[in-house]
Design a protein around this ligand. Structure first.
Ligand code: R5P
Length: 310
């Protein structure tokens, strides 16, 4: 999407995403279109695009945390944009839901990653997201049948840590985190280690911590892609505290914060919790709007930069 196409682009917000859509539109110097949402008395949804999208590239913007209430408005919005003549309809979902149930862990379970992806793929032409939880899927293309690009916040996390945490020690809570721990540590010019984690249930997580002798003067910085129940962070903090380290800082990309997660992490002994603004939350301190705008406007450049980082 080049700059000469800017007048042919409309950014439309999902419910609750108007501030993010406005900032993206401002950064990209394109129009932020208005969408009216309301519920009928029987709780069905009413949606109206105020403005002309005929012949335009429509970019729907909104994170898909708490996804069930957002999915139908998204489907209705994508469909009406196309009905009204939009050329292409893309989705920028800084947080992409349903990526963690990526296999049948127990007999009879739904593999919701696949179902969710097939619904989205049927209604939109392309997808951009940030650090989707890719564990058993190697890439988004394993589940999404449309062009789907994942951009990564690791460099931004590393820069924030370098600027705000003196003498950090970067710690990943599990093997899966190694993919971003190495980039964050290199960006922050800091040593790093990765723990091993066993999840015994939704809210039951056990961590093993390597010996941190030799790093006691450093501030531990726990880094993860998602804070959901907070149990992963809490388990890691408890073990760090047993080793008498300094109070850890917790840094994550996606501030899902289910239930009392934030309080549990603070009570466990974290000195500060910091997240990016992929999901609006009071812990947001790392702005990814420039990264998102760049990926929308210059997808091949964004892809090249990701490839360069391996
Ligand atoms: C799991 O592999 C992820 O990277 C996160 O560690 C996990 O999703 C965090 O979830 P919770 O906050 O519920 O422990």
């Amino acid at each position: 999407m080049s700059n000469d196409h800017n007048s042919l682009v409309s950014i439309l917000a999902l419910p609750g995403a108007a501030p993010l859509a406005a900032r993206l539109a401002h950064t990209m110097q394109v129009e932020a279109g208005a969408v009216a949402y309301r519920d009928f008395p029987d709780a069905e949804s009413y949606i109206r695009i105020d403005g002309d999208v005929a012949g335009r590239d429509v970019v729907i913007v909104g994170s898909l945390d708490r996804p069930n209430d957002k999915l139908l408005p998204l489907v209705f919005l994508a469909d009406v944009a196309r009905d009204l003549g939009a050329r292409r309809v893309g989705l920028v979902a800084p947080y992409l839901a349903y990526m963690r149930q990526d296999t049948r862990f127990h007999a009879g379970e739904a593999i919701t990653s696949r179902s969710f992806a097939s619904v989205l793929s049927a209604h939109i032409d392309w997808l951009i997201t940030v650090d989707p939880h890719l564990h058993r899927f190697a890439s988004l293309q394993d589940v999404y049948s449309i062009p789907a690009m994942a951009i990564h916040a690791s460099v931004e996390l590393g820069r924030w840590i370098a600027e705000h945490v003196p003498a950090p020690l970067i710690i990943g809570p599990d093997e899966e985190s190694r993919q971003w721990v190495d980039v964050i540590a290199a960006t922050a010019s800091a040593p790093s280690t990765v723990l091993s984690k066993v999840r015994r249930g939704d809210t039951d997580v056990v961590e093993s911590i390597p010996n941190l002798e030799g790093h006691r003067s450093r501030t531990p910085v726990l880094v993860d892609d998602i804070i959901s129940t907070g149990e992963t962070m809490v388990a890691a903090i408890r073990h760090l505290r047993e080793q008498a380290t300094k109070e850890p800082v917790c840094v994550a990309v996606h501030a899902v914060f289910a239930g009392d997660a934030e309080r549990a992490i603070t009570d466990a002994g974290s000195s500060r919790i910091v997240t990016t603004n992929t999901i609006l939350h009071s812990s947001n301190a790392i702005d990814l709007v420039p990264l998102l705008a760049d990926a929308i406007q210059n997808p091949s450049g964004a892809r090249r930069r990701l490839d360069d980082r391996g």
